[in-house]
Structures are given as C-alpha cells and as structure tokens.
Ligand binder design. Structure first.
Ligand SMILES: [Zn+2]
Length: 282
C-alpha cells in the first residue's frame, strides 16, 4: 500500500481551547463571534481532494450544521470531538457517557450517516475511557499521543495489542489510531502537528514526517482551524507560556500547511475510517 497521510482537524474555536477555560466560561461561549466557520472553510479549500477527518465538537455542530454537512459533502469524514470540550478524565462516568452518545447522535442526525470516530479533548484518554468509547458504539478512537511530557495528555499501555499498520486492535470491532510522533532511541519527540507544527521549521518537520512514513508507512497529523487565524482576538490575561504556545506563528501556518500538502502529494490522503477500511481492518 502507498504511504498514507491521515490529516485530522479538531473543529473548535479559539476560546474553547483548554488554556482559555479559566478565562472564558462555558456559559459565555455564545457571546463570542464564531471564527471557526471561516477557518474551517479555508481548511476545506486546502484539503480539497485530500480526504481527511474532521473531529467536530457537538456545540459547534449545533450552531453550524451546514458547515458539518459541507465537510461531509466534500468527501471528508465527520467524527466526534465530544460535545463541549470537557477533558474526559475530569468528567464523571455518566457525564462522559452522555457526552460521547449525544455528540455522536447529533452529528449523525446532521449528516445522515454513521459517525464512528472519536478524539478526546487534549488527548485526555485512559484505558477505562477507551472502553467507554467502544461501549458507546464508536469503531475507533484517535486520542492517544505517546508524548508523555505534556501534562494533560492521557496514558495508554498498548504494548500487548496487535498492530495493523498504525492501527492498534483493541477488540474485534474497535481500534486505536494514535497520532504520529518521532522516536529517537527511547525518546518520543512530538511530531503530530498542533503547536509543534507551528514551532518547528518546515524543512526540519518535513524530514521528520519522512522518517515516520518510512517507519510506519502512514503519518497521522492533527491541527485546529484557529491555528490558521492570526486575526483572532488576543487575550492579554493568558499566562505567558500559554500565550506563546497558542499564538506562535499563526500567521505562517496556512502557508506551511499548504507546503506540507504539496510536499507529500505523491502519498495517498485517507480519512481515518478509510485507512482502517483500506487495511481491511473494519
Ligand atoms: Zn480540542
């Protein structure tokens, strides 16, 4: 099989990011102008004819159902990023179950097709949560980020599980699709996208992706619509480190992403579910 590029987009607006949680309360979200729509359409234009996966927040989908339908209409996969971006490991069992179920059925009602993928906010996954995602009727999860140095990312021990490509078989009907990182010796270097994509110079990033493609024959990337939006409102109250991480190179990311898509055009672009199907997994 030709090397695969799995582009994934977490569809959320700038003020819904975890780092803003203390500054922007959930109750006030409706008072902010939505920028996620215009930014998602810019990403859709960049990703034209490159089937990708859009993990959409239920809250956003409820307000922008036409945008969700457009993602589906353009041949991309619509998957769930939960309803209101609460970290999975901080929710009660019942609340998480409701969040997983509600976001799935809301998206399915909008697009009129099954939704089988889920990504936890801030990669907040663990073994119990993974089981619940499966029990809620999903076919795969893509929330495992092996870069353990980030405080919010969850942990999963997948070492005993069978691998099919980059997919890890959890059960007969359920898979984990971890985001891709570099491994140098025993060290994991974050290389899956997000802030690291914005900070690492593109020629260096590209070399890392090539190494991952040689190793895995597939590369799973993630980013957010707000990362190509340098005109988003700026918060002066955000702690300095978060400020750096959120705002670094926003003005360069659209161009950088375009360069990345061009650089890897000879590979096949697949949505997560298409990758699983192509590998004859599900
Ligand atoms: Zn998110």
């Amino acid at each position: 099989m030709k090397p695969s590029i799995l582009m994934t987009i977490d569809v959320e607006d700038w003020f819904q990011v975890e780092n803003f949680k203390k500054l922007v309360s959930y109750d006030s979200w409706d008072s902010y102008a939505l920028r996620v729509e215009q930014n998602t359409y810019r990403l859709l234009d960049l990703l034209e004819n490159r089937p990708s996966t859009f993990f959409c927040m239920g809250w956003v989908a409820k307000r922008l159902p036409d945008m969700i339908r457009e993602i589906h209409r353009r041949g991309h996969e619509v998957a769930s990023h939960g309803y209101k971006h609460d970290l999975c490991n901080l929710m009660s069992y019942d609340d998480l179950k409701q969040d997983l179920t509600n976001s799935k059925s809301l998206l399915e009602d909008i697009i009129g097709a099954p939704v089988i993928g889920y990504r936890a906010p801030s990669f907040s996954i663990n073994a119990d949560i993974l089981k619940l995602i499966e029990d809620c009727g999903y076919g795969y999860d893509s929330s495992f980020n092996s870069f353990a140095m980030h405080g919010r990312y969850g942990h999963l021990d997948l070492s005993g599980c069978e691998k099919q490509g980059i997919a890890v078989k959890i059960s007969e009907t359920f898979y984990e699709l971890p985001v891709s990182n570099l491994k140098i010796g025993k060290r994991i270097i974050p290389w899956a996208g997000g802030g690291y994509f914005r900070l690492i110079p593109f020629p260096v990033f590209k070399q890392g992706v090539k190494i991952i493609l040689r190793r895995d024959n597939a590369y799973l990337f993630y980013m957010h619509p707000w990362e190509i939006d340098p005109d988003q409102p700026r918060s002066e109250e955000l702690p300095l480190f978060y400020k750096f991480r959120h705002y670094a190179n926003l003005d360069k990311t659209h161009l950088k992403l375009s360069a990345m898509l061009d650089s890897f055009n000879q590979n096949q672009f697949l949505s997560c579910s298409a990758y699983l199907q192509n590998a004859e997994i599900i």
